[in-house]
Design a protein around this ligand. Structure first.
Ligand SMILES: [Zn+2]
Length: 406
């Protein structure tokens, strides 16, 4: 590495460590920011010499990154941004902190994918899904697909691992020379009912989909979820045992196996490592308190709320919604989510915007009770499982409260 990059790396690590010592989070954003100020090419330098996988999409990228990193550890040490700092500052910091490693798996915010591909020259890019996110900030879904498509067209040697079930992802990836398709399902269809190529409707039947007016259609996936396992490109079925709940995470595991296979890792080698992942940046974590087993699920946009309902057991469920800056300020997305799957279980609500949620649940015919604090929620349910589904800052609030008490 050039001297400037070495200095920038060292200062970046020091700044991150100071920030951690001061109790200001994991320091990866500030560390990366300072490093890039000293050497704007620092991410390029740090990426050099590593075989890299990038993971992007609206939902599931933190979990899929964690699973993919676990799978790649079969081959050697893996650098990863496991705390979800998924912009170039976070990538820079993660690589600086890890030192020299043969591999890296990086979660990438979908807006930054083109830039991070340019900087890191990855071997593999995994594309999970595209759906509406924070309404006051995110780009239109079709615009994002176009950005991805252009980025991949500029890098024809990159191997792409892409979700065959999402028409937006398929359109973004189909121009690429080397695509491996996986099927991880798509629960949320509302952002992909119009073909991004021709503007015609997307028709669906069972798991299949096709455009009514042009050749765009679902490609045959090489990797797919079947029952409690994953079928690989040779047609062999592998039982997947995860500590993470739901078929959504089976899909994430299928993606991780497909990405790892691009590096020469076989499913039989990777699967025991996937089974060791018990929580991802606090998500899916289970905490016992006063006889209640609390499980934390993060839901940050309409598609991920549907996924959380799929993961949650039939048990008392606490919903918490905030609308602070990281969440997006607009809560009208609540009306995009069908909360009726919660009708047959006790529902508690809390958070800054609990009253927005209350109106939505009332319209949806879901009975609920409002609680002011997390502690009140704990006391308000019987012993046993309490599922907690919260959006971003609400999730952080509840984690902090659990940490404080424990
Ligand atoms: Zn079309």
């Amino acid at each position: 590495m050039p001297l400037r990059a070495k200095v920038a790396t060292s200062v970046s690590k020091t700044a991150a460590a100071l920030s951690r010592a001061a109790g200001r989070g994991d320091g990866s954003v500030i560390g990366g920011w300072i490093g890039l100020k000293i050497d704007p090419e620092l991410l390029n330098h740090l990426a050099g010499g590593r075989a890299i996988a990038l993971v992007s999409g609206t939902n599931g990228k933190t979990t899929t990154t964690r699973l993919t990193a676990a799978a790649l550890e079969v081959m050697g040490r893996v650098a990863t941004n496991s705390f979800g700092a998924n912009m170039p500052t976070g990538h820079t910091s993660a690589l600086a902190k890890a030192g020299s490693t043969p591999f890296a798996v990086l979660e990438v915010d979908e807006h930054y994918l083109a830039r991070v591909i340019d900087a890191t020259e990855p071997r593999v890019v995994a594309l999970l899904n595209l759906s509406r996110d924070q309404l006051d900030r995110a780009k239109e879904v079709a615009m994002m697909a176009q950005l991805w498509r252009d980025a991949l067209a500029n890098h024809p040697d990159v191997r792409v691992v892409a979700n065959a079930d999402d028409p937006m992802v398929v359109w973004a990836a189909e121009g690429s020379g080397h695509v491996t398709w996986f099927s991880a399902g798509q629960r949320w269809h509302d952002d992909s009912f119009v073909c991004p190529q021709s503007g015609h409707p997307i028709e669906r039947s069972g798991g299949d989909w096709w455009c009514a007016g042009c050749p765009l259609r679902r490609p045959q996936p090489q990797w797919r979820v079947e029952d409690e396992g994953v079928v690989d490109p040779r047609g062999d079925w592998h039982l997947v045992k995860l500590q993470l709940p739901g078929t959504v995470n089976l899909g994430n595991a299928a993606t991780a196996l497909a990405v790892a296979a691009e590096f020469g890792v076989r499913p039989i080698e990777a699967l025991p490592r996937l089974a060791t992942v018990s929580s991802v940046a606090g998500r899916y974590a289970q905490v016992d308190r006063d006889g209640r087993n609390v499980r934390l699920l993060l839901a940050k946009n309409p598609a991920s709320w549907l996924e959380a309902f799929d993961m949650a057991e039939q048990a008392p469920t606490l919903l918490s919604v905030n609308a602070r800056d990281p969440d997006g300020l607009d809560t009208s997305w609540l009306y995009d989510v069908d909360f009726s799957p919660l009708r047959d279980r006790p529902v508690l609500i809390t958070g800054d915007r609990a009253y927005d949620l209350a109106v939505r649940l009332e319209v949806n015919g879901v009975a609920f009770r409002h609680v002011k604090t997390f502690d009140e929620a704990i006391q308000g349910v019987p012993a046993g499982r309490l599922e907690v589904i919260a959006n971003y800052t609400a999730f952080q609030d509840i984690r902090a409260e659990l940490d404080r008490v424990l």
